[in-house]
Design a protein around this ligand. Sequence first.
Ligand SMILES: [Zn+2]
Length: 492
Amino acid sequence: MTGISHSKAPASPPAQASHAGGARDRRHFLRWTAAALAAPTLASLDGGACGAAFGQAPVYRREGAIAKAVEVLLPRLRVPLSFVIDDSTCLVNMGHYCMPQFATAWPERDIYRKPWKSWPREIPDSFVREFIDFCDAEDVKGKYSIVPYPACVGWVDRELPGWSRRELQASLKLVRDRVVPRFDIHPEMITHTRVIDLKTGRPLEEISAATMENSYPRNKLSVDELAAYLAYALRVLRNCDLPCEGVTTPGGFGNMVKSELALAVFEAVRDVYGAELPHYFKYVEEGLDTRVRLEHVREPLSNAPRVTANVPAATGDWFGGWDGDRESEGERYASDDASSGRMVELIERRQPAVMLCHWPGMYGHGGRQGFEDFRRVVRALNRKYADTTQWMKLSEMGRYAAARELTRVAELTDSSLSLEAPFACPQFTLALPAPATLESIGLRGGAQLERVDELRQLKANAYWLGQRPDASRRELIVCFDLPKGDSRLEWK
Ligand SMILES: [Zn+2]
């Protein structure tokens, strides 16, 4: 339960920043204003090498006039869409199991006095299958949490009391086979309820806001201490043969150590999985700048910069809440004809549109109203914006942002473009001044690009020549799988 998990009024002002349960205190709602863009939290800790701190000119533009002529566009010129699912795991209904633990930790909060015993303890794999069937049909992609020790019920790499070993194994296999191809898998810390003592593997004895992951830590922790906690969660998923390049914070986890958290994500994900470009999900952006933030960019001009991608969601959870006990309001994402709603607003402005939900809300105690609304929203968006959007994983969005900010233009001539890319990037899309004549274009030693007549046909290894309605010049727009390292696009 992250984000606006308990809120029926997402536009209300923030609740106390330190508690876990209120409308706005689980996830920080950020508006990256011009002032915020210059703030040190988004720049690099080690100073100097903060060229790609969000909001600053991309590094490649520093190369002078040649780079000004080259513009990195959205992948395939399409607005990225993504679907973030929090509080999912294997079988365990987090709404049912978290509620009594939250009620104990925050006895003063009425929102935790709910009839959780009457709610299903399980969200069955048949529902996961149905959900993924739909995502396959509509090409939905995003992020799916697997809480490793969900609400302390059991360890997904060992035993899940209440289910047979065979059921747990089948559930994990379903995630590996069907969910992984479309969704990044993230741990959402270890339990999403109690803080675990890493030395003993047991929940800390005291039960209070200070020992709940949603509001942990209540004092400064070092990057190493945070990274150890994250790595503990990641190792459980690795034991399950689940791939992972990022983490999700449960609610307000890390609110007091935001800068350290971004570094800890890098250290932990790289340590456990060796991932090249770690990312995380923690924030909900309520404003219009919903782009990925690159944090702690170190050695941006080297061929192996170290960077953490912070991928924000851009909506509330309007599909039924973290506990599955709220009315779904799907039209807040998009109306049935996609003429209004937050997703529509962002797509129209060509800003990344990442929608958020919680898995128990999709299931709705078995009533599935959130899921029904989700289907309506996706169908409406895909119908209206089939040619101008594409669904992406959070890791893919993070990678594109890193390539956009950190790829350098080494040389632009009348017949070639040389690039130095620290990260490979599928569907890298650039606009260049149109050459006077163009017979063929391709990557040296690599793919030839195929001409398309319409921009909506743009795909990897294709190009388009012409003048866009809003452009001041004729352009050559190229889309290709950018290789890591040096590459050269050549045309004649
Ligand atoms: Zn959560």
